[in-house]
Design a protein around this ligand. Structure first.
Ligand code: ZN
Length: 352
């Protein structure tokens, strides 16, 4: 399992080292997982001049955009798909096809200079293919100036230029950008779709867990550090178990003082992760109590969770989930991380 994981890691990060051109993961249209209706729609049609690929993180928006870009210049196109092996496809995969540009945020945003360069290049004829394709990944990260400066190009692109914006947050784009693009809506993958895709790489048992933890995102399922996630989960589950056994603050604060909890609870990002894990555990208790356990995430701890589910009622679970949302909000409002975590339990005790 570890060797497979290392291999998977290598193939994901291939070509991303310093001085090496970036490598992109090309997936042929026939091998695309999920969103099949959308894929066959784009397969039949030619690429619109301005397109918006909108949908959750990690479901293949950028991958499909790159695939469609590769198709415009593939030398061995068959069945409206690109081949992935010809000189042109290899250039796309290597990130050095002269007509295909993938624009990504450097740091938190995509600035006006980057977009100005795009709009300049979009006026030129292609070097070797039938058209130039510009993909702006996470387009919501364009600054307001950058977004304004792309409007005209979206409205009247050169005959031979195509622009694809991708985003998981379409509402954060200017309405004038949205209205100038043809919209393609992506959906989260079902757990079964994810599982069957992951099985080849990880085997049935690990694939099932990854699919459960990934919430419909291939990207997340592949990037997930499963070992660490399960260790974190067991730590949070132990706190929850202890709490439900005797609801003792003294004992709770003690376990918050044990390493690595003590160190982690000082960090905002780690507490955010712990709260997410606790939310999944709370939801699993809910699924167990309501007979909808096929939706559970922590499948490998079903037995322990079932014991806990018998000790709590639905009101308690609702309260837990409510106070978790509050704790998440406090965390985002810069309340001290440890305080967010500890007061959650005080609030839960206060309900009685
Ligand atoms: Zn090709």
């Amino acid at each position: 399992m570890a060797a497979k994981r290392r291999a998977a890691k290598r193939s994901r990060s291939a070509g991303s080292g310093a001085g090496v051109p970036p490598g992109y993961n090309l997936v042929r249209l026939k091998d695309f997982i999920g969103n099949q209706e959308l894929v066959s729609r784009v397969k039949r049609a030619s690429l619109p001049q301005s397109a918006l690929f909108a949908g959750p993180e990690g479901v293949g928006k950028k991958t499909l955009a790159l695939g469609l870009a590769a198709r415009t210049d593939c030398r061995n196109r068959s069945g409206r798909d690109f081949c992935g092996n010809c000189e042109s496809c290899l250039k796309v995969a290597g990130g050095n096809h002269p007509d295909i540009r993938l624009i990504q945020a450097t740091g938190a945003s995509i600035g006006i200079e980057t977009v100005r360069q795009l709009t300049r290049e979009a006026r030129y004829r292609p070097f070797q293919g039938a058209c130039r394709v510009f993909i702006v990944d996470q387009a919501e990260k364009m600054t307001r100036e950058a977004a304004n400066s792309i409007l005209k190009t979206l409205e009247e692109p050169a005959e031979t230029s195509r622009i694809i914006l991708t985003t998981a947050f379409p509402n954060q784009l200017l309405p004038t950008i949205r209205s100038r693009c043809q919209l393609f809506g992506f959906r989260a993958l079902t757990r079964d779709q994810l599982k069957s895709y992951l099985e080849i790489r990880y085997g049935a048992e690990e694939a099932e867990l990854r699919a459960a933890f990934a919430g419909g995102s291939i990207g997340q399922a592949l990037q997930l550090d499963l070992e660490r996630t399960l260790q974190d989960r067991d730590r949070v589950l132990a706190v929850l178990q202890q709490w439900l056994a005797n609801a003792s603050f003294a004992r709770l604060f003690e376990s918050c003082e044990e390493e690595p909890m003590r160190r982690d609870l000082k960090k905002r990002e780690r507490v955010r992760e712990y709260l997410d894990i606790l939310r999944h555990l709370g939801e699993d208790l809910y699924f167990l109590r309501t007979g909808t356990e096929s939706r559970m995430v922590n499948l490998d701890r079903r037995g322990r969770l079932l014991e806990l589910a018998e000790r709590v009622d639905l009101d308690w679970i609702q309260d837990l989930l409510y106070h978790l949302r509050e704790a998440r909000g406090d965390l985002d409002r810069n309340v001290q991380p440890l305080f967010c975590f500890e007061t959650l339990w005080l609030k839960l005790a206060g309900r009685a």
